[in-house]
Design a protein around this ligand. Sequence first.
Ligand code: TMP
Length: 210
Amino acid sequence: MKGLFISFEGIEGTGKTTQARLLAEYLKARGQDVLLTEEPGGTQIGKRIREVLLNVEHREMGSLTELLLYNASRAQHIHELILPALKAGKVVITDRFSDSTTAYQGYGRGIDLKLLKSLDNIATGGFRPDLTCLLDLDAETGLRRNRGANKIDRLELEEIDFHKRVKDGFLKLAEKEHGRIRVIDASGNVNDIQNRIRETVEGFLKSSIN
Ligand code: TMP
């Protein structure tokens, strides 16, 4: 049986992590075998890379180093965790995947999109989720939510314009790939957002059966 690969994307403070967990619980309760994972991270090696990437003391990190580390984490993630789980017929839900690199390192940092694409080809071979839930929220609200929760990492220290460029980058991606990337309003309370996500996933599952 072929598995199903779903990613969650969005700027800081959209509630991706909570929403990915709630979707995983929902699908598990419906008898699905679910693997919930994240980027950067997922594997032992990925978790170490995550620590290097997000450590607020690493202010000297160059954009290219950052880009290569995200790709390194992803290559390991696909090889060690995602592909084996999909082959075993599982539903894999990841909190971030390659769209984050395009949005943050491409639109946010301004690294050439062609360069990103060629590196992505090396790291992923063009492998993409079946469905991407893009949680959309304005940058000010997102950052306020995260700061309220005392959740600060190296990228969150960036100025507001950086996060606005990232948000617009995600929306541009969603326009280009509207079949895969579904934009979900991430304002309101946790349950409302989760209901929107479930509707989107159910709709996707129905349309892929037909
Ligand atoms: P988060 O998982 O807590 O959202 O933190 C991951 C941070 O890393 C977040 O600020 C987004 C950033 N990021 C990138 O800049 N590029 C990437 O490819 C990924 C996966 C994450």
